[in-house]
Design a protein around this ligand. Structure first.
Ligand code: 3QZ
Length: 426
């Protein structure tokens, strides 16, 4: 329950999260331009041309459809790409030689690289540039979530005061845009005989290189914002979920053993987990699912705006209301889940598990476009990590804190883990 009717709720037209909710939804569904001028939401989105924050205009709908189609088109690259990136991830983890490491120092670069290769193919900038861009994206979300910056969307009157957070946000948005623009230009400059980007990359599809993909080509600002959405939406979120899985598994060494047994039994000495293997690797699939249940990376999803009068779970919702779906609460509803606060992947192995009560990617018009990618990435990366390493605390009994804290992305409090190789590297 709780989120029924999500399909009818769409169109977020005001700057910033929660603004409409606190402002009583007045004008919540108006066009983006006027309301966004000068607000953080307007500044980061080229005037509202962003899928997460923009109002549900016909242009927004086209942009969402085209982005969805382009991601699907690039999906053909996903299998080999994930195998390669999982190997690179494990090589970096192995380079620590079993010494304690902070997983959040390692994971975001690999989720960001995965997005980059889906967007642009193999013509990617040098690793150091991607690492710098990853840091930029992580900092950007941190500044975006700061109370002093959120407040500007809530109380426009504050915008006349100097705000160091806002200055930092603008500096990061500039770096963000410079990186994305540089990638687009790099492809424009590629030689005639090998046209780039290929039609089966997200950029190629959005530029209309593949007539089979509906929606494209997009206008330059919409194209730019679609790429930004994918980079930001796919970097910290997936890395955070992966880090949560590691943190939970540190608390359950015996479950790690069972996962390792499943991986070795099904894959033999040389196989690697693949996105389509959920049926063969039910415990790994259940572990990813349970991680997304307990710690959905975007716990408050995105605000939705009711386009017409409706109701949610029997509560009337007048047209123009802004609704913020609390996914974290829905996932711990004691009417649905036994021991709602416990990390128990086994619950999904039992028949009749309430799969349908899960909404880690939201639903309706603002649901996550990267759901398939995120699920595949978590499954393959976590599977490969568990196949190659035993996860151990930095010192006996020094287990990570599993407390949630406020933030745009639900991140685990900083912790360290020893990744001890449990097989000779292949
Ligand atoms: C956690 C608003 C909403 O659901 O420069 O990762 C660009 C656009 C500032 C994408 C916030 C899409 C931050 C976090 C999925 C989530 C900026 C953007 C948008 C960013 C993400 C935002 C979002 C997402």
């Amino acid at each position: 329950m709780g989120l029924g009717g999500g399909g009818e709720l769409s169109g977020w037209g005001r700057g910033g999260w929660g603004a409409g909710a606190l402002g009583g939804g007045v004008g919540g569904c108006r066009g983006p331009r006027a309301a966004l001028t000068g607000s953080p939401a307007g500044l980061v989105s080229r005037g509202g041309r962003d899928l997460a924050l923009g109002a549900a205009t016909p242009g927004w709908r086209r942009q969402r459809g085209a982005t969805r189609g382009a991601l699907a088109r690039a999906g053909g690259r996903l299998r080999p790409l994930l195998r390669r990136q999982a190997r690179a991830l494990c090589a970096e983890l192995r380079s620590h030689g079993g010494a304690p490491l902070d997983p959040f120092e390692v994971f975001p670069f690999h989720t960001c690289s995965t997005i980059g290769r889906l967007l642009f193919g193999d013509l990617m900038p040098p690793e150091a540039e991607v690492r710098a861009f990853t840091r930029c994206v992580v900092e950007l979300l941190e500044v975006w979530g700061r109370a002093s910056v959120r407040a500007l969307d809530l109380l426009p009157a504050l915008r006349v005061l100097p705000n160091p957070g806002l200055r930092e946000l603008l500096r990061l948005v500039e770096r963000r845009d410079a990186f994305v623009e540089a990638q687009i230009r790099r492809h424009e400059a590629s030689p005639q005989e090998c046209p780039s980007p290929p039609g089966d990359t997200v950029l190629g599809a959005l530029q209309g290189r593949d007539p089979g993909v509906r929606g494209g080509p997009l206008s330059p600002p919409r194209l730019h914002m679609a790429l930004v959405d994918l980079f930001i939406g796919g970097t910290e979120t997936t890395a955070a979920a992966l880090a949560w899985a590691v943190a939970f598994l540190l608390h359950r060494p015996e479950l790690q053993e069972r996962l390792r047994a499943e991986l070795w039994r099904e894959l033999g000495p040389t196989g690697t987990p693949q996105a389509g293997d959920a049926g063969r690797l039910p415990l790994l699939h259940a572990t990813v699912t349970e991680t997304l249940r307990l710690r959905p990376p975007a716990p408050l999803a995105l605000p939705h705006c009711a386009r017409r009068h409706t109701s949610v779970a029997g509560i009337p919702v007048p047209a123009g209301s802004i609704l913020v779906p609390n996914l974290l609460a829905a996932h711990q509803d004691p009417d649905t889940w036994d021991h709602p606060e416990a990390f128990l992947p086994e619950r999904f192995l039992a028949p009749g598990a309430p799969w349908r009560a899960l909404v880690p990617f939201g639903c309706g018009a603002r649901s996550c476009l990267g759901e398939g990618l995120a699920r595949a990435e978590l499954f393959v990366f976590l599977g490969q990590i568990l196949r190659e390493f035993r996860l151990e605390p930095p010192a006996p009994g020094l287990l990570p804190c599993l407390q949630v804290s406020a933030g745009t992305v639900l991140r685990c409090p900083p912790f360290r883990v020893r990744m001890v190789p449990c097989q000779p590297p292949a």
